[in-house]
Design a protein around this ligand. Structure first.
Ligand code: HEM
Length: 254
């Protein structure tokens, strides 16, 4: 049996894998938030950023593949550990019982599964841009011109997307559950790595709580301020007119 298979078979190994993949996903969530907060700048800012990413397909597909493996490992080990906890005696965190946030710990599997459902919707919404699931129209038709090149207008897509109340509401519910998940998961990851002593533990708890609150506030600000028409509504109104006009000839041809 290889070392990797051996690690994945033991409860402690699974805990390390779940904690390690959780930390990597957390880093993605932070990076993604920083990218998305550019929506509060001029439209070209986030459009240039999105165009830069799209012009690096190797990097984008590398990250996508990596995320897929990491999410797969995180979910598999989480489900296995949860089943083992229920079936036999509880498998404790390294060094004892889980500290802090006991109510959050009870919702880890449920919040994780809702976040997974959110990610699937989110990919269909903004990455694949499936028409018919956004309450607006065909996002693939929303384009703008950057340095003489026609590119997807990610800014207009985000503004139009979050002006739909149920989309914004769903994103907010998902952010709340992400907060619950990170609130407990981050400190548990440190515990799993054995970083729990009386000097560092209160600091770790403070920093991980602050990080999960900052992530919740940062992500929630986007749908809330767009829904309240505090950001980009004039720009989006023009994009919507262009979208309706681009859809009209197709309807008339029927
Ligand atoms: C208000 C909250 C969020 C906004 C506005 C947002 C926005 C976006 C946009 C615009 C894209 C498409 C980028 C493109 O193809 O040009 C995207 C992709 C993605 N988002 Fe989010 N996102 C949000 C929250 C999240 C959260 C909380 C997660 C994870 C838990 C997440 C995970 C992803 C993933 C995995 C992708 C696919 C990246 C890829 O195409 O390779 N997003 N997001």
């Amino acid at each position: 049996m290889s070392i990797v298979a051996g690690i994945l078979k033991s409860s402690l190994g699974k805990k390390y894998v779940m904690a390690g993949t959780g930390v990597l996903l957390f880093l993605f969530v932070v990076g993604h938030l920083v990218g998305n907060l550019q929506v509060f700048g001029p439209p070209e800012l986030i459009n240039k950023y999105a165009h830069f990413l799209q012009s690096k397909p190797l990097m984008v597909w590398g990250v996508r593949l990596g995320l897929l493996v990491i999410i797969g490992l995180h979910i598999t080990t989480a489900v296995q550990l949860s089943a083992a906890n229920k079936a036999a005696r509880p498998v404790g965190y390294t060094g004892g019982e889980a500290y802090g946030s006991p109510w959050q710990s009870r919702y880890m599997l449920m919040s994780g599964l809702v976040i997974l459902a959110f990610i699937i919707y989110h990919l269909a919404h903004f990455t694949v841009r499936l028409p018919g699931i956004n309450g607006v129209g065909d996002f693939t038709q929303i384009k703008t011109v950057l340095h003489g090149e026609t590119v997807p207008d990610v800014y207009a897509m985000m503004i139009l997307g979050f002006q739909v109340w149920w989309v914004s509401a769903f994103y907010l519910v998902a952010q709340a559950l992400l907060f619950v998940h990170l609130g407990h998961g981050l400190s548990s990851a440190f515990q799993s790595f054995g970083l729990r002593d009386h000097i560092w533990w209160p600091r770790i708890q403070f920093v991980t709580k602050a990080a999960s609150i900052a992530i919740f506030v940062g992500y929630s600000l986007i749908p809330v301020s767009i829904y309240l028409r505090l950001v980009g509504s004039e720009y989006a109104a023009n994009a919507k007119t262009a979208l309706v006009e681009s859809a009209t000839p197709a309807k008339e041809a029927k």
